[in-house]
Design a protein around this ligand. Structure first.
Ligand code: OGA
Ligand code: MN
Length: 284
């Protein structure tokens, strides 16, 4: 069956129809999905019935897979798969409860941030728990010439430990703190604010709002004001696609040119997902 690629919004995103990820060796399918990712930045593939091994094998065609620093939430039999879930077994969370209620790009705090992530919906609430995606190419392209000049050459400090401390310790949200060993694995990373995508050659505004601690060489108050302005610019509604999940959807997003954010849902329902994360290049 021929695979079809159909845009899902004017901002970004396309549905790939007719794909079956239990066939990771299908080269034509791989090429189509790869090209759809480069062209549309977010790829939606519905009605997939895949095992954790299929998920990992297909994802690994795009690059090396990451084992997330929160190793307590990796599937023991397939540690490339991170569990996102609000389920508990004997009171113990089986997965990361909140994978990002604020805008971010996955693993932007790593020296080699993520190329992309593939999230697979295994249980979803009847409403809510959507995921929002924002287009960072559009964000860059629509900056004023003055702002482009002002930010040229600037670098951002990305920090996971800072994020956990700053945003979650005093809040009601449950998020595990890092052990000393985990914290040692995620030192601060410094990346260019304007990044050129290695495959498309296009420039993206590489902000990652919840994971950025500041701008290198810019004093805190001024840096915060500039970051706020850029973050607000990047996440305007015209640059955003809202994915309303259906059971067994896979969404594959390019972390090099998009942001995403989870939205709230009624915690009396279960939302249970599997994620793989592909390692990317050094941002330049
Ligand atoms: C993620 C993430 C958002 C969601 O998996 O990286 O941010 O909607 N998830 O669960
Ligand atoms: Mn994320």
């Amino acid at each position: 069956m021929a695979i079809e690629v159909r845009p899902v919004s004017s901002a970004l995103g396309a549905e790939v129809i007719g794909a079956d990820l239990t066939r990771p060796d299908d080269d034509e399918q791989f090429q189509t999905i790869h090209q759809a990712l480069l062209d549309h930045n977010v790829v939606v593939i519905r009605d997939q019935d895949i095992s954790p091994a299929d998920h990992a094998t297909f994802s690994a065609r795009f690059g090396e897979l990451e084992l997330h620093v929160l190793n307590q939430f990796l599937l023991p039999e397939q540690p490339e798969v991170l569990v996102l879930s609000n389920k508990r077994v004997n009171g113990v969370p089986v997965g990361l409860q909140d994978a990002g209620r604020e805008w971010h790009s996955d693993l932007s705090y790593m020296r080699l941030p993520s190329l992309g992530s593939l999230l697979y919906a295994l249980e979803i609430p009847p409403t809510g728990g959507d995921t929002l995606y924002a287009n960072l190419y559009s964000a860059y392209d629509t900056l004023s010439p003055e702002t482009k000049e002002r930010i040229d050459g600037l670098c951002l400090r990305h920090s996971y430990a800072d994020f956990i401390n700053r945003r979650f310790q005093e809040s009601a949200m449950e998020r595990p703190t890092l052990t000393a060993e985990q914290a040692a694995k995620v030192p601060t990373a410094i990346h260019p604010l304007v990044r050129t995508h290695p495959d498309t050659g296009r420039k993206a505004l590489y902000v990652s709002p919840s994971l950025v601690a500041g701008i290198e060489g810019v004093e805190d108050a001024e840096g915060e004001a500039l970051l706020q302005e850029l973050n607000d610019h990047a996440t305007q509604p015209q640059f955003v696609y809202r994915h309303v999940w259906r059971l067994h959807d896979i969404v594959f997003w390019d972390n090099r040119c998009t942001l995403h954010q989870a939205t709230a849902f009624d915690p009396k329902y279960t939302r249970h997902m599997h994620r793989t994360t592909i390692r990317g290049d050094l941002p330049v």
